[in-house]
Design a protein around this ligand. Structure first.
Ligand code: FES
Length: 575
């Protein structure tokens, strides 16, 4: 018996109610004749311009489902918009994943199409589907049309950060900056460079959860609607055969492939957190050593900003993710089976054009994304070395410490701030529990007096994240965070801090006896009293090394199984 039949094929009053409920929507007997029911999990909203085309995408998915003989049923979930949602969309990723999981489990779907676009919506969908266990396939929204300004094609975020520094340095006028605002986002779709949204779309493909070649199709291209139609048809096949399920697709091999593609793309640091969280839902351990091993040996082969020079539309022209995976083939586990039912190897296509390089002559050498460890980050930290200043990746300098965002904003441009180009800017109390939600504050601004002197990069470190579109010598995700007792809380102004990419080390060069004394005398501020979801979040969020998921959402073998589907109450009950 199919999953949906447990609702609709019941003989008693329960089945009557279930069928009558669908008939109330105008569905006739032919639509309800036992065909597979495919849910379309839509996170459309007028508050998220990146996902504003999801209604037309959903119509194309429905067409594919109908043509393949299924019954499409669209349903909404909360959506997460990177730009308007405060304090940070990351705070709500786990909430959306719970919405996705419970919606899938509670309703009569035989398979589900997951729609993701703006940064956090893609991992939230994958996390929820992983936990729900019903066969699922993902289609993402695609990159927007690139903006053009001063004769240049822009990356939505990468170039915004550059122009922001120009305004602060006085080399761009406020009027010009206003003109940039008009030009910045010319269409629906997610950011156009290898930021978090594009990276996570690529991860969905590399994990085997999306159709090969689908993630890089521009948002406004008709090919995206055709990919939606194909995705709907494939969902019907998944529903008919009962799989493969997310756990059968997202195996250890699939995560190995995804991490390799992440490194090959020079992708977003945020993707590491999200991959660890998705894996945690399935009992696949992605520890620091696993990350380190893959990242150390994988060079950047995609020439896309911020690690390279092109945009996602160029990558698409060069063959998209199947071409990147083809270039990385010797490093991949190509026998992994994807949601298509075929192996990764079957979908590889040779790269066409210079946007995808080879392992022999990569865009950047291995290590463009690196895990750091040391007494300042016992549970690890990340640096996007491929988007950093090479000369700063072996650096020691005195700390300039900020105790949070408000403190940083109050002092960063103060001419009396004791800072030089050699200083290491430290921001703490910006981790998962502190704000809460681990906002993208890690790319601390260069102090204005240094900008004016021509300094464009410095070593910066924090327990925060940064936008996947950002660049600079920025150490992120320092774990444990200061607010969870991490050693970042012990740093004082002037302490020497060393960063060594070669040694993969982040070191606070202060004697352990001094740190012990500081720890003993530390008086952490009393945690703020929070209500509702924020209290749930602060009480249960894990650190970055565990993907910032909630402790009770990770896979546990001894969890009580959740009943799947209705209980047949016969003729007696069910009202
Ligand atoms: Fe939505 Fe970048 S703001 S994808």
């Amino acid at each position: 018996m199919s999953r949906s039949a447990r609702w609709f094929a019941q003989d008693g009053v329960g089945g009557f109610i279930h069928r009558a409920s669908m008939r109330a929507e105008g569905l006739g007997r032919a639509a309800m004749d036992g065909r597979p029911v495919v849910g379309i999990c839509n996170c459309w909203s007028e508050l998220v311009s990146c996902n504003l085309h999801f209604r037309s995408m959903a119509e194309a998915i429905k067409r594919g489902v109908l043509l393949a003989g299924g019954l499409p049923v669209e349903f909404p979930v909360i959506t997460l918009g990177e730009n308007l949602m405060k304090p940070t969309a990351m705070l709500y990723r786990n909430l959306m994943s719970m919405d996705v999981e419970e919606s899938i489990r509670a309703y009569p779907f035989d398979a589900v199409v997951l729609m993701g676009g703006c940064d956090k919506t893609t991992p939230a969908q994958l996390m929820g589907a992983a936990s729900a266990g019903v066969p699922a396939i993902m289609v993402t929204g695609g990159p927007s049309q690139p903006a053009r300004f001063r004769g240049r094609r822009l990356g939505n975020g990468t170039d915004l950060w550059r122009y922001t520094d120009e305004v602060r340095a006085g080399t761009m006028s406020r009027d010009e900056f206003r003109l940039l605002e008009e030009a910045a986002t010319p269409s629906v779709g997610h950011c156009t460079e290898m930021g978090t949204a594009s990276t996570m779309a690529a991860m969905a493909e590399a994990l085997g959860m999306a159709l090969p070649g689908s993630s890089t199709i521009p948002a406004t291209h008709a090919g995206r609607l055709r990919a939606c139609e194909d995705t709907g048809a494939r969902a019907v096949a998944l529903a008919s055969t009962g799989g493969p399920t997310p756990a059968e697709v997202m195996t250890e091999d699939a995560f190995h492939n995804a991490l390799t593609v992440l490194a090959g793309l020079g992708g977003s640091t945020n993707a590491v957190i999200h991959l660890v969280a998705i894996a945690g839902r399935l009992g696949v351990e992605l520890g620091v050593d696993t990350l380190d091993a893959v990242l150390r040996r994988t060079p950047v082969v995609a020439d896309v900003r911020p690690a390279g020079s092109g945009l996602v539309e160029d990558l698409h022209e060069a063959g998209g993710i199947p071409a990147v995976m083809s270039a990385l083939e010797p490093l991949l586990r190509t026998e992994a089976v994807t949601v298509t039912g075929q192996t990764v190897r079957a979908a590889l296509v040779p790269p066409a054009g210079s946007c995808v390089a080879s392992l022999d002559r990569p865009v950047k050498p291995a290590g463009s994304l690196a895990v750091l460890r040391g007494n300042l980050a016992p549970l690890g930290a990340l640096v996007k070395a491929g988007a950093a200043t090479p000369g700063l990746l072996e650096h020691s300098g005195p700390a300039v410490v900020f105790d949070g965002m408000a403190d940083m904003l109050a002092r960063i441009d103060d001419d009396s701030l004791p800072v030089t180009a050699d200083s290491v800017l430290v921001l703490r109390n910006a981790g998962p529990r502190a704000v809460p939600g681990m906002p993208e504050w890690g790319q601390l601004p260069i102090p204005r007096k240094l900008l004016a002197a021509g300094v464009t990069d410095m070593v910066r470190l924090s327990d925060a994240r940064m936008s996947g579109t950002a660049f600079g010598t920025v150490v992120l995700h320092v774990a444990p965070e200061a607010g969870a007792g991490g050693p970042l809380a012990l740093v004082r102004d002037g302490d020497p801090i060393s960063l060594s990419l070669r040694e993969r080390a982040l070191t606070l060069d202060v004697p352990e006896s001094v740190l012990t004394a500081r720890r003993a005398s530390a008086r952490p501020p009393a945690p703020a009293r929070r209500r509702g979801y924020q209290r749930l979040y602060v009480d249960h969020v894990l650190q970055a090394d565990q993907g910032c998921d909630f402790d009770f959402l990770r896979y546990a073998a001894d969890d009580e199984p959740i009943p799947d589907g209705p209980i047949d109450t016969g003729w007696a009950g069910g009202w």
